[in-house]
Write a protein that binds this ligand. Structure first.
Ligand SMILES: [Zn+2]
Length: 226
């Protein structure tokens, strides 16, 4: 097993080529939309269509196992201007793994994504958002958590998901959703146009970092960029 990715690697940081064709204004409000645990052949394409329709982008924190089964969809996520992040191979709790298991979870997923898309992810979201000090020392990628949890996995109700967003959203939020539920895909059809209506730009995590001029650094945890 080669351990090439869970290591500091400056070159990969230069390969950030996603979302290149969109014109974004660093002085206007923005939120990063993130989707975990996919990709899903049923619901990810629905979300991609809504993003395209509204000239928006998101970060998809995929599982290696799902990515492996859906390589064409993975490539499509990137080709349509979005970002892919690493969310582990099969959703193990990283705080309970040996270093070997941890590196396997991260590196295998990086390999699958790079083979399918030509891009290795720049950002990592730990399963369940679990992190601790010991784990952070072993993670050589920036860890992206969230500031707005839509609780879509719990409610499975498009209206409740929508309300969670609009009762809480503010400039610089990182919004957590999942692209594996029909209710989440349905909610996105209402949420994205309404965010734009309210003056927000809908961006990927790396775009948020670039626009806010806050470089994402390995060893750090980011829950928002306010
Ligand atoms: Zn997850």
């Amino acid at each position: 097993m080669k351990a090439t990715y869970n290591q500091p690697n400056k070159f990969r940081l230069e390969k950030q080529g996603v979302g290149a064709n969109r014109v974004l204004d660093p002085y206007k409000p923005m939120v990063a939309l993130t989707f975990d645990d996919g990709p899903s052949p049923l619901y990810t394409p629905v979300i991609l269509d809504v993003l395209d329709e509204h000239n928006s982008a998101a970060t998809f924190f995929v599982l290696g196992t799902e990515a492996d089964r859906n390589r064409e969809l993975l490539a499509e996520i990137i080709q349509r201007g979005n970002e892919i992040g690493n969310h582990s191979l099969n959703h193990r709790d990283f705080t309970k793994l040996s270093i070997e298991e941890l590196n396997y979870q991260i590196n295998t997923t990086q390999d699958i994504i790079e083979e399918a898309t030509g891009y290795a992810p720049l950002v990592l979201r730990t399963p369940y958002g679990f992190v601790n000090v010991d784990l952070m020392k072993e993670l050589h990628m920036p860890v992206i958590l969230w500031s707005l949890d839509t609780r879509d996995w719990e409610s499975r109700d498009p209206e409740k998901i929508y309300d969670e967003v609009f009762e809480n959203v503010k400039d610089g939020d990182i919004i957590l959703m999942h692209d594996i539920y029909e209710s989440s895909a349905e909610a996105v059809k209402q949420i994205i146009p309404e965010l734009i209506e309210r003056g927000f730009q809908v961006v990927s995590v790396s775009e948020l970092s670039r626009l806010r001029e806050v470089p994402l650094q390995a060893g750090n945890i980011y829950s928002n960029l306010y």
